[in-house]
Design a protein around this ligand. Structure first.
Ligand code: SAM
Length: 326
C-alpha cells in the first residue's frame, strides 16, 4: 500500500534531520511516487500550469512551481519535523481530542497532509484544505484519494486565503501556511495571517510561526580572518508583531512602518545583508541559505556614501514586496 511506503519515507526524514543526503534521497523517492500517482508530468509546461495566480494581495504560485517546493529539501524536512512535533504537542494539551488543522495553500502535492497524515489515525488528525489554484487543489485531492487518505480531510476550499472566512474557525488547533518566498516577495503569507489570525483561537498555533526580515552589516575582511565579521543592524519586519494590530476589523494597510538604517559614523562596512529568518516551530528555523526561502540579499556599500540613510518598508498594495529607498 502506497500510504505505508510514504509513512516509512516520512519517518526516515524525521529520523535523519541532520543527514542531508538521506533527506534528499528520501524526498526524491517520494517525488517519484507522487509523479507516478498524479498526471503532473503529462501536464508539461502548459501556460496554465506555469502561470502565477493573482490573489487579493500577492501572487500564488503556478501548479508546477508549487509542486517544485517539495524538492526544497531542507525546507520540506524542517516543516515536516515542525508539523509532526506540533501535532504531538497539541495531542498532549488536548488528550482524546481530534487535532484540527487548517492548511492554507496546499499546492498539488499537499505535502503537509500527504506526508503527515500517514503517521496518525484519522481519528487523531483532521485537515481542512484551502488553495486558490484550481488545478493544484484538484490534483491534491486526486493524490490524497490515491494515497487512501480521504478520511483525513474534512473539507476542500478553492478560494483566496487573503479574504476567506474560515467556517467554524475557532475549532482549529493548527494553521499551516507556507505561502512565502525569500524577502517575503510576492507571495501572500503576510496578508493571509492578517486575515486569518483574528479569526482563529488564541491557542491556535501557526506554522511557520513567524518570519523576521533582518538587516545586518558586514565589515571588510581583514587579513588572517576566515570570515567577514558582521553585526545585526535592524529588524525590518517581524510579521507576527506587524499583524498583531489587526483585531479583525482593520483592512490591510498600503505598507508597514518604514525602518531606517543610518550608515554614517566612524565604522566602515563592506555589505548590507538582508535575511529572511523563517521560524517554523520551537527551535526549528530555516537559517541563511538553507532553503530558497532563506536566500539573503547582499548589497555592497560604496564609500563615500551618497546618502547615509537606507529606508526599508514592506509594501502590501499594489504589490507585495520589500522596498528600499535611499
Ligand atoms: C509555496 S507553495 C507550497 C505548496 C505546499 N504547501 C508545499 O509546502 O510544498 C504555496 C501554495 O499556496 C497557494 N497559495 C498562495 N497564496 C494563496 C492564497 N492567497 N490563497 C490560497 N492559496 C494560496 C499557492 O497556489 C501554492 O500552491
Amino acid at each position: 500500500m502506497l500510504r505505508n511506503t510514504i509513512k516509512e519515507l516520512s519517518t526516515t526524514i524525521l529520523n535523519n534531520q541532520s543527514d542531508f543526503d538521506t533527506i534528499k534521497n528520501t524526498i526524491d523517492e517520494i517525488h517519484t511516487h507522487y509523479l507516478e500517482t498524479t498526471n503532473i508530468r503529462d501536464l508539461g509546461d502548459g501556460m496554465q500550469h506555469m502561470a502565477a495566480v493573482p490573489t487579493a494581495s500577492g501572487m500564488a504560485l503556478s501548479l508546477n512551481h508549487a509542486a517544485a517546493c517539495l524538492l526544497d529539501y531542507r525546507r520540506t524536512a524542517k516543516f515536516l519535523d515542525g508539523m509532526v512535533t506540533l501535532i504531538r504537542e497539541k495531542q498532549q494539551q488536548h488528550p482524546n481530542e481530534t487535532i484540527n488543522i487548517f492548511y492554507a495553500g496546499c499546492g498539488p502535492y499537499a505535502p503537509f497532509i500527504t506526508l503527515v497524515a500517514p503517521l496518525f489515525k484519522a481519528s487523531e488528525v483532521q485537515f481542512s484544505i484551502l488553495e486558490i489554484n484550481a488545478s493544484s487543489i484538484k490534483m491534491a485531492e486526486e493524490l490524497i484519494n490515491a494515497l487512501e487518505l480521504t478520511e483525513y480531510v474534512t473539507a476542500y476550499h478553492n478560494a483566496d486565503a487573503v479574504t476567506f472566512q474560515i467556517p467554524d474557525a475557532k475549532k482549529y488547533h493548527i494553521l499551516f501556511s507556507e505561502t512565502l518566498d525569500a524577502l517575503l516577495y510576492r507571495e501572500s503569507y503576510v496578508p493571509i495571517l492578517w486575515n486569518m489570525l483574528p479569526q482563529i483561537s488564541d491557542n491556535c498555533a501557526v506554522i511557520p510561526n513567524n518570519v523576521i526580515v533582518q538587516a545586518s552589516l558586514t565589515y571588510p575582511q581583514k587579513e588572517g580572518e576566515d570570515t567577514r565579521k558582521e553585526k545585526e543592524a535592524a529588524v525590518i519586519l517581524d510579521v507576527r508583531e506587524a499583524v498583531k494590530v489587526n483585531d479583525g476589523t482593520k483592512s490591510l494597510p498600503q505598507s508597514f512602518e518604514p525602518i531606517t538604517i543610518n550608515l554614517s559614523g566612524d565604522e566602515k562596512y563592506h555589505t548590507m545583508i538582508v535575511d529572511t529568518k523563517v521560524h517554523i516551530h520551537n527551535d526549528i528555523w530555516l537559517h541563511r541559505n538553507e532553503s530558497s526561502l532563506s536566500i539573503p540579499l547582499e548589497m555592497e556599500i560604496v564609500y563615500p556614501l551618497e546618502a547615509p540613510n537606507v529606508t526599508f518598508f514592506y509594501e502590501l498594495k499594489p504589490s507585495v514586496e520589500l522596498k528600499l529607498q535611499n
